[in-house]
Write a new protein. Structure first.
Lengths: 284, 395
């Protein structure tokens, strides 16, 4: 087959799988807790800075993973405790509060690192022959890791006790509480998992983009589009949203132009909000 | 905060000048209250938005020029007071600020380092009422009344660098990729003329939405399949970084040369050493530009702001020449009268971060540098001396 078509097809798979991972943290927080976390992009940004700090400290790239889990975990815990807990079931208030949080986190990053661009070296260099075309190894690894993370989370959510408790909490918090499930702790845990997943997404994309305080803005919008189109509260929703948004963008960018691709994403999101506000996979 | 008591006390001209000189040595945070006869410069720089990484350098460079001029007596005896104003948001917001600065602050001059879309909006708002100096890198053709351009023009930036790329590096086919707004599109129009002159051809011309969260896998794959000899890049900021990192990630950097038209120190840091092979830039100033003036400028800049001073680069250092241009213009015209300034602009000479320049046709002739990226540093490989702007406006 034509290597051009093969490469563009891999680009599409890459776009969908990275988008799914970048939206995953938001899907957990927004989908399960109903908290519109506008600061989602800033947790991605923090993850990317963790990768930069690890590199400038002379440590291997993978050391950024525990660092990010610690930083985003502590931050997520504090934010949930101080800011989110009093605001559960007040979606608009959480939106305003997390919007303020996003400004604060950007300014803190600016105060520590300045506004300049940083780059994180690609941990695995070069390209590899794949299905008859040369493709960057790191991007292929990203596809694999993204799928692993999503599949792992699906299995854990479906099979584990905590997963079933979370499902109980989401569908009926009062009943779950009455059953002896600590809804408060469970919600805090879900929030922390969400911020940590966002941070991990940041670590993963850090070697591909400029690391800077504003970078989160690029991802939060697309992550919201994914959830709008896919629907909240289910893995199928997340995946179908990522497939539609990432797939359409990549397909049209490949066959026409990036401008048309972005235009299509905006039109699709508007159409979904208008005609099918609960998304492809509506949570019942 | 301020050591001065704020009150209605009037100061003599001498007292204000002495106080201004004394305060000039203090950090930028503590500024003397505006004296009634300050010479006010509305400074349009990026304080917010994606271009705000240039903001600190723009502000510092303008402050350095204002300090030097104030110590030497100011503009016609008046101390310069800079009013840094955000031009990093949508053009419509910046024009609102321009109106406020004209009506409330009665600014004497505007100096602007921002994108061309904002410049076009500002020209339509200021309408020549206040002299307006535009400084960064641009697509040429700005001849609005009472507007003065010190920016690098296509004739200075694109013609020599692209000709070098085609003659010396043997590039025959050029792929154009840019952000979708006025600067990239007009630059590419100019570039097509230079490519035709050198007997080359344009492989493709492609744009991505300006300000959207762009990614470049699809674009780079198309370039790979088109196999051009070189890519002419008119992407700015984060898009420029993303594109170049993706380009090198796909392994295209070995065979295809890249010439970027807005590549300065900050952007190169983002692109990083692993993605900057076979990448070229052409501008009138680099931090390590091989001129005595550039070394002196950098020394003065470090002396004033210390080792942690904002990163120097063309976008930022251009504000230094902007303030000096205003100084030379108003001094020669004997005031800010539009017609007098228009007449006075011809032949004024003023310093820039890389040496003195002279204004002709409200543009400046200048020396340009061609740089090869070596890791995250620029290696100046060629100097194009005294290039005409090619954009001289009629009086």
């Amino acid at each position: 087959m034509d290597p051009l078509i093969v490469t563009q097809a891999i680009n599409l798979v890459y776009a969908v799988s990275t988008l799914a991972v970048l939206a995953l943290g938001l899907a957990v927080i927004f989908g399960l807790l109903g908290v519109l976390n506008i600061a989602h992009g800033e947790f991605i940004m923090i993850g990317a800075y963790c990768a930069y700090v690890t590199q400038s400290g002379g440590l291997p790239y993978l050391a950024a993973v525990p660092l990010t889990l610690i930083v985003c975990g502590i931050l997520g815990w504090a934010v949930e405790w101080i800011m989110i807990r009093p605001l559960y079931r007040r979606p608009f208030d959480t939106l305003v509060a997390t919007w303020g949080l996003s400004l604060l986190l950007r300014k803190i990053a600016e105060a520590i690192f300045g506004l300049g661009f940083y780059s994180v070296n690609i941990p695995v260099h070069g390209t590899v022959g794949f299905l008859g075309t040369e493709y960057p190894i790191y991007r292929l690894l990203l596809i694999a890791v993204s799928l692993l993370i999503v599949v792992g989370l699906v299995i854990w959510y479906g099979r584990s006790r905590t997963g079933s408790r979370i499902r109980a909490m989401v569908s009926n918090p009062e009943l779950a509480q009455a059953q002896g499930i600590s809804v408060r702790r469970l919600a805090a845990g879900a929030f922390i998992v969400g911020t940590c997943l966002a941070g991990l997404g940041g670590v993963m994309i850090a070697p591909l983009v400029p690391v800077q305080p504003f970078m989160g803005l690029d991802y939060v919008l697309r992550a919201f589009f994914v959830l709008i189109v896919g629907g909240l509260g289910s893995v199928a929703g997340l995946l179908s949203g990522a497939a539609v948004i990432g797939g359409v963008d990549s397909l049209i960018s490949a066959t026409s132009s990036a401008t048309d691709g972005y235009f299509a994403v905006l039109v699709l999101s508007i159409l979904f909000l208008w005609l099918r506000p609960r998304g492809i996979v509506a949570y019942s | 905060m301020s050591m001065r008591k704020q009150g209605p006390t009037r100061r003599t001209l001498l007292g204000a000048a002495a106080a201004g000189a004394a305060f000039g040595t203090l950090p930028g945070l503590i500024r003397p209250a505006a004296a009634a006869n300050d010479f006010k410069i509305g400074l349009f720089i990026a304080l917010s938005g994606p271009a705000s990484l240039f903001g600190p350098t723009q502000r510092a460079s303008a402050e350095l020029a204002a300090d030097e001029i104030n110590k030497a007596g100011g503009i016609m005896g008046r101390q310069i007071k800079l009013i840094p104003t955000d031009a990093g948001g949508p053009p419509a917001e910046t024009t609102k600020s321009a109106i406020r600065l004209m009506l409330e602050e009665n600014v004497d001059v505007f100096v602007g380092s921002h994108d061309s879309a904002t410049r076009e909006a500002l020209v339509g708002t200021i309408k020549g009422k206040v002299p307006y100096v535009y400084t960064p890198v641009y697509e040429g053709g700005e001849c609005a009344f009472n507007t003065y351009v010190t920016a690098d023009t296509p004739e200075q930036q694109i013609r020599p660098s692209l000709s070098w790329m085609m003659k010396d590096k043997g590039a025959k086919s050029i792929y154009m990729i840019g952000d979708d707004y006025v600067w990239p599109r007009k630059c590419n129009e100019q570039a097509k003329k230079y490519i035709a002159e050198n007997g080359g051809k344009v492989t493709a011309e492609e744009y991505v939405p300006f300000g959207a969260p762009n990614k470049f896998e699809e674009v780079v794959t198309r370039i790979k399949s088109a196999k051009p000899d070189a890519v002419l890049i008119t992407l700015v900021g984060a898009d420029n970084v993303n594109f170049n990192r993706t380009f090198a990630g796909f392994g295209l950097d070995k065979d295809i040369a890249r010439l970027s038209l807005l590549l300065e120190e900050n952007t190169l840091h983002g692109i990083g050493a692993d993605s900057s092979k076979n990448l070229y830039s052409c501008m009138s100033y680099y931090e390590n530009a091989p001129s005595e003036a550039a070394k002196k400028f950098k020394a003065a800049y470090i002396a004033k702001f210390g080792d942690k001073a904002p990163q120097l680069g063309r976008i930022g250092a251009d504000c230094y020449e902007g303030v000096y241009c205003a100084h030379a213009l108003v001094t020669k015209a004997g005031g800010t009268d539009a017609k007098k300034c228009m007449a006075a602009s011809e032949g004024i000479t003023f310093p820039t971060a890389s040496g003195d320049v002279t204004m002709h046709g409200r543009h400046v002739d200048k020396t340009m540098f061609l740089a090869d990226c070596n890791g995250t540093e620029f290696n100046i490989i060629k100097t194009f001396a005294d290039i005409k702007s090619g954009d001289e406006c009629k009086a």
